[in-house]
Design a binder for this molecule. Structure first.
Ligand SMILES: NC(=O)c1ccc[n+]([C@@H]2O[C@H](COP(=O)([O-])OP(=O)(O)OC[C@H]3O[C@@H](n4cnc5c(N)ncnc54)[C@H](OP(=O)(O)O)[C@@H]3O)[C@@H](O)[C@H]2O)c1
Length: 248
């Protein structure tokens, strides 16, 4: 597997990259902090444990700067000799209170999680389809499944992303593209460090194992940890009047 991944310097992305490295995948890391990318690449080289194979490469890509996407994917293509898998785990979070009180912050989050994430996927999708197919794996969220009070804006950004991913799957499945829309519940990472973990929260390593298994079986959607599939099937069916009364 030849994988380009944006967001491997922390949390779920870091855990996915480690899991794939341990399975011998060739990796190219994208991100905005070159020093941290270098440290992550070294860590992955050790985990791959194959000193004769190519080193894990890395290059600059900022999800707030769409003009960096093509150059970044060019660098990945050159280093890997083409890639068959693109993974986008980078994303932003802020609480509903923070977002409701700061329209600049809200715009920035929506740009990162929706507009620019879609643009990044479009750049990757074109390359994958042109080579006859491949995998596109993107981190959305359970927050995008229903409109909910505590995640009105963050959830909307992920709902838009999931709708786009479903349409990509419909459009390009026949062309060999396998799209995986990953919808984690609460996972303990840097992103959620200031929040109180609810019951059923997960750890990045377990979520990463679920993601890699879902990639292998070519699933289009993954809820992880698994218990969230059941929780969300109940929430999906809740009547609007009930959703107005609850605060989760
Ligand atoms: N944790 C959860 O409970 C949870 C639940 C549902 C969905 N998710 C989604 O899962 C994904 C991963 O979340 P996480 O919890 O693993 O978060 P995390 O630990 O905070 O990691 C976020 C990653 O995104 C990168 N990133 C952020 N802004 C970027 C930008 N402008 N350009 C390039 N890279 C950028 C970070 O890079 P730096 O190292 O440079 O900051 C980091 O590698 C996100 O899309 C998140 O919305 C998380």
């Amino acid at each position: 597997m030849k994988v380009v991944i944006l967001g491997a310097t922390s949390g779920i992305g870091r855990a996915v990259a480690r899991c794939l490295a341990e399975q011998g995948a060739e990796l190219f890391l994208l991100g905005r902090d070159l020093q941290e990318l270098g440290r992550s690449a070294q860590d992955l080289d050790v985990r791959r444990g194959t000193p004769d194979s190519p080193k894990v490469g890395f290059g600059a890509c900022d999800l707030e700067q769409p003009e960096t996407f093509e150059l970044a994917l060019d660098a990945a293509t050159q280093a890997l000799g083409d890639f068959d898998t693109a993974i986008l785990t980078a994303g932003a979070f802020a609480t509903q209170d923070e977002l409701a009180g700061d329209s600049g912050l809200a715009r920035r989050l929506m740009d990162i999680n929706f507009t620019n994430s879609v643009l990044f996927c479009e750049s990757a999708r074109k390359r994958l389809v042109a080579r006859g197919g491949g995998r596109l794996v993107v981190l959305s969220s359970v927050a995008g499944v229903r409109g909910r009070k505590p995640v009105a804006i963050y959830g909307a950004s992920k709902a838009g992303l999931s709708a786009y991913l479903e349409a990509l799957d419909h459009t390009y499945h026949g062309a060999g593209l396998r799209v995986l829309d990953v919808r984690p519940g609460f996972v303990r990472t840097r992103m959620t460090a200031n929040l109180t973990p609810p019951p059923f929260s997960g750890e990045p390593d377990g979520v990463a194992r679920d993601i890699v298994r879902a990639m292998q079986r070519e699933a289009p959607v993954l809820y992880t940890p698994r218990v969230w599939a059941g929780i969300m099937s109940v929430i999906r069916r809740m009547p609007r009047a009930a959703m107005r009364r609850v605060d989760f």
